[in-house]
Design a protein around this ligand. Structure first.
Ligand SMILES: [Zn+2]
Length: 546
């Protein structure tokens, strides 16, 4: 009885806050989906304003039935900035998931009243829920791990969830896109661990640089991270822009560079919806507790910056949206088919020489050399082309493609609503590359060519009729998220539905298929696209380490 009273007393005084599984096990176990749920449910009991969150229309589980458990922490002030925090997308990179629980507890404990006042937060710490529960000490053995092991990189289908934003093939990304529509966050943070780069930064980070996003907003996004970097330097935490060493032929480092502009990455996609994004990459060779601590500090510092600049963030988002609308008033805008890293500055970077055992397991640092290198950490637009007023998608594909487009927030109209005075254009292909190997389960198709009024040289087995045009899906590019319409539907996009194989049965005629192929599945509307030169080749986006 007396013990019970004492316990109740300490609860009331707020001294009995829940402990994470890694605190309970002295860092021998990282959290499972159930561990996070237990912790967050206990935290919610102490915390008015912290509740489970389910976006309208989103899947509630992964395809294997693992729950997608998210929580929403209301702001204590009015008109907050909304922020989304994503953990464990690669389930071997566990410290983000674990740090998020500490961050939420500190916010609940009232340690950061300014953040609570200015920010409303949604978090899904176990985003790759399949992988979160597939803990095994044999995963990612090159990094210092909790004894109970970490998860695999991909989901149960072998899909990399950090390459899925555009094709949205996973329940997880469908959840994320539904969250965008429902919660409308201004900033998204995606938490990772590097795979094996030898620099001395405890955290590297990248702003949202998805190809074709508003450059001004990406540069503002990077300014935030540079200012956070300065703050953290003062606290003894070395951070810098995400990248890796470029080596010359003698394996001597000559530059620091990133090449990571595909919108299919979780942290790059947001700028295409006029949101900020942050890729967080924790240094793989720190110990597991140190990686959690570096994440905790970094997340809190970004949140502090966002809280302090909340009105400026909203104004920058609005300015970027307005630039798009204004561009249409000057005639149709141009968009790049690719983005390339540009030299941003000279940077001082340590090159670490690691000490390893016979199994290549990291033991520590042999030595480190400080280098001053040209640093390529911002992007310039390349291969600009005029964009059409809109695209017409073959009605035969409507059942599959309409939900994909609408998940991305695009307005989809009937073909009969297309602007009647405008030219209908055919895509004249000049070159194609079908990937030799499968990537994310797809033999990808990269097309080059241009939009022309002339009919296509080859007869189609099902030519477009006026009725087909009227029944097609009409997707205007001249709409608020029109940039996404371009990168999803233009056949030259390095990250669109053509690339990801959605139209393969129309576009790729294998041996044994005889007779004329069907009509082209996508047409364009609008003379502005006609001046477009043939697209330059676009590099694949498979060779990154995050
Ligand atoms: Zn990763």
């Amino acid at each position: 009885m007396r013990i019970a009273l004492l316990l109740a007393g300490s609860l009331l005084m707020g001294q009995d806050w829940p402990k994470t599984i890694f605190e309970q096990t002295e860092f021998k176990q990282t959290s499972t989906v159930a561990d996070v749920k237990t912790f967050m449910s206990a935290l919610a009991k102490h915390t008015p304003g912290l509740k489970p969150y389910h976006p309208k229309g989103a899947p509630t589980t992964t395809e294997t039935g693992k729950p997608l458990n998210a929580w929403r922490l209301a702001a204590t002030g009015r008109d907050p900035l909304r922020v989304y925090l994503n953990g464990n997308i690669h389930a071997g990179e566990v410290e983000g998931k674990d740090a998020l629980q500490l961050v939420l507890r500190e916010l609940a404990q009232g340690k950061h009243p300014q953040l609570r006042k200015a920010l409303e937060i949604v978090t899904l710490p176990t985003y790759n829920a399949d992988g979160t529960d597939a803990l095994d000490p044999r995963n990612r053995t090159h990094q210092p791990n909790p004894a109970g092991g970490v998860g695999p990189r991909e989901n149960a289908f072998g899909l990399d969830l950090n390459r899925d934003m555009m094709k949205a093939a996973s329940a997880n990304v469908q959840w994320l896109l539904a969250m965008y529509r429902d919660f409308d966050p201004s900033c998204i943070m995606d938490l990772h661990t590097t795979n094996g780069s030898y620099h001395g930064f405890h955290i590297t980070h990248q702003a949202s640089w998805g190809t074709g996003g508003d450059q001004g907003l990406s540069r503002f996004n990077r300014r935030m991270l540079v200012e956070v970097q300065e703050k953290l330097k003062g606290q003894g935490l070395p951070t810098y822009d995400y990248g890796n060493f470029r080596m010359d032929k003698d394996r001597k480092p000559v530059a620091w560079e990133t090449d990571f502009a595909s919108p299919n990455l979780t942290s790059n996609y947001p700028v295409l919806e006029y949101r900020l994004g942050v890729l967080v990459e924790t240094y793989v060779y720190l110990g597991y507790p140190e990686r959690i601590e570096a994440n905790r500090k970094f997340i809190l510092e970004v949140l502090a910056w966002l809280a302090e600049h909340k009105d400026e963030v909203k104004a920058q988002q609005q300015a970027a949206r307005t630039r798009w609308t204004e561009a249409w008033k000057q005639g149709a805008p141009k968009l790049p088919l690719k983005a390339e890293p540009e030299e941003t500055e000279k940077a001082t970077i340590d090159l670490v020489e690691p000490l390893r055992d016979e199994n290549r397991r990291y033991l520590g640092e042999k030595n480190r050399t400080t280098l001053v290198l040209p640093s390529f950490v911002t992007y310039k637009d390349m291969d600009l082309v005029g964009v059409p007023t809109g695209y017409l998608v073959d009605p035969a594909y409507a059942r599959r493609v309409r939900p994909m487009l609408e998940a991305h927030g695009l307005k989809v109209l009937p073909g009969s609503a297309r602007p009647k005075g405008e030219t209908i254009l055919n895509f004249h292909e000049t070159e194609r590359t079908i990937s030799k190997g499968a990537y994310q389960g797809v033999f990808t198709l990269q097309l080059k060519g241009s939009w022309k009024q002339e009919p296509l040289p080859k007869r189609a087995a099902y030519p477009w009729t006026n009725q087909d045009l009227d029944q097609a899906l009409y997707v205007p590019v001249n709409q608020p998220l029109g940039r996404l319409a371009f990168y999803l539907l233009d056949p030259r996009s390095a990250d669109g539905l053509v690339f990801w194989g959605i139209f393969h049965s129309s576009l790729i005629r294998g041996s044994g298929m005889w007779g004329d192929g069907p009509r082209a599945p996508i047409m364009a509307v609008g003379a502005s696209a006609m001046e477009a030169p043939a697209g330059a080749p676009v590099k694949g986006n498979e060779k990154h380490e995050d």
